[in-house]
Design a protein around this ligand. Structure first.
Ligand SMILES: NC(=O)C1=CN([C@@H]2O[C@H](COP(=O)(O)OP(=O)(O)OC[C@H]3O[C@@H](n4cnc5c(N)ncnc54)[C@H](OP(=O)(O)O)[C@@H]3O)[C@@H](O)[C@H]2O)C=CC1
Ligand SMILES: O=C(O)C(=O)CO
Length: 325
């Protein structure tokens, strides 16, 4: 058996996968461009991306194992018969916790009050000679709209319900058996309604041609000006300029952004941003780490090792993705 791990995220999984393998397997790992010439005799490719170049170089591949959930960099037209595709989960608890934390941090403005206290400004009701700060709202009683009700959306709904929030969601197809913690789980025809209801909007759906720029300026304008947006899925689901403009003009109260429109290149260079989110005080920025937890790593490494061994035995992989899904 030979498995090629391509790209920075896959490379991080090599050692945990190696520790779980119970059969011999040659593993080669590196940047996507650097490992193409290793694919000729490989059985498994572990990679967030699958391109025409990978398909042509990997004539003997039997499994494309995505080490994450997102399939937005997988060119499914390059899959041939005998070549399975699988993805991986295990991130849902960690990301749901991130969204809960982000909602509370945005509402309480942790960043600003931390900076003020570090600067010696004791702005509190316990101060005798300074005005008391405004009373904070609570997330209890507020409405969380979840856009995309899959692994992350479901995990988030349960947690938000435990915080006494009202929760509604939209997925590809409306759901008749709505879990008791939700107001509704609608199809895309209820998206505009969800946007208007949400005090917090969590973006937890997959990126595809249908969902790219799903939230454009017109859709963002349907949201309450006091609403917060949290994107943990893929940046391109929300139009970059429209989001920046809404946040800068106060047409949205704030945002927590874990996913980005541009990523560092292999050379370690961060491309310039056309929308300078870093200049906005109402934005919490994290570098695509919301799902980077021990639980995620355990789960994904176990699944990938298992799928390498299944491929060796000629069995179908766990978490197989249908070619047309
Ligand atoms: N920041 C990070 O570290 C991570 C980010 N992600 C991103 O988050 C995304 C979601 O993850 P996860 O919940 O695990 O994925 P799932 O595949 O479990 O869920 C995706 C959800 O998106 C919904 N959806 C897809 N297209 C549409 C559409 N056009 N309109 C409405 N809903 C739609 C699906 O609807 P239906 O159920 O009806 O099919 C499904 O509910 C991933 O695709 C990935 O891009 C994932 C992991 C880590
Ligand atoms: O799983 C994914 O799609 C990610 O973005 C990284 O965990």
């Amino acid at each position: 058996m030979k498995a090629v791990f391509a790209g920075s995220f896959a490379v991080r999984l090599v050692e945990p996968v190696r520790r779980r393998l119970t059969m011999p397997c040659e593993i080669v790992a590196g940047d996507e461009a650097a490992v193409v010439d290793q694919l000729g005799d490989a059985d498994v490719l572990v990679s967030m991306a699958f391109t025409k170049q990978f398909a042509s170089a990997g004539a003997k591949l039997r499994l494309v194992q995505v080490p994450g959930a997102g399939l937005d960099r997988i060119d499914r037209s390059q899959l041939r018969s005998g070549l399975a595709l699988a993805n991986a989960y295990g991130h849902e608890a960690g990301i749901a916790e991130y969204v809960m934390g982000a909602m509370i941090a945005l509402t309480r403005n942790f960043q600003r009050i931390d900076q003020k206290l570090r600067a010696g400004q004791w702005e509190s009701q316990w101060s005798v000679d300074a005005p008391a700060p405004p009373l904070w709202p609570e997330v209890a009683g507020k409405t969380l709209g979840i856009l995309g009700f899959g692994h992350i959306g479901e995990a988030l709904a349960r947690r938000a319900h435990a915080f006494d929030m009202k929760v509604c969601a939209v997925r590809r197809q409306a759901q008749a058996d709505v879990p008791r913690e939700l107001m509704f789980v609608g199809g895309p025809e209820r998206l505009d309604e969800l946007l208007g209801l949400s005090d917090y909007l969590a973006i937890t759906l997959s990126l595809s041609p249908e969902t790219r720029d799903l939230l454009d300026a017109d859709r963002l304008a349907l949201m309450k000006p006091q609403a917060y947006l949290i994107n943990v899925a893929r940046a391109e689901i929300v139009n970059e300029q429209a989001l920046f403009d809404a946040l800068a003009a106060g047409r949205l109260a704030g945002a927590a952004l874990d996913v980005w429109y541009r990523y560092p290149t292999a050379a370690g260079v961060t491309p310039p941003s056309t929308a300078p989110f870093h200049t906005l005080g109402n934005v919490i920025m994290t570098p695509h780490v919301s799902g980077w937890t021990k639980g995620m790593l355990e789960s994904r490494a176990g699944l990938i090792a298992e799928n390498i061994e299944r491929t060796a035995r000629g069995e179908p992989p766990l978490n197989a993705v249908a070619a047309a899904n």
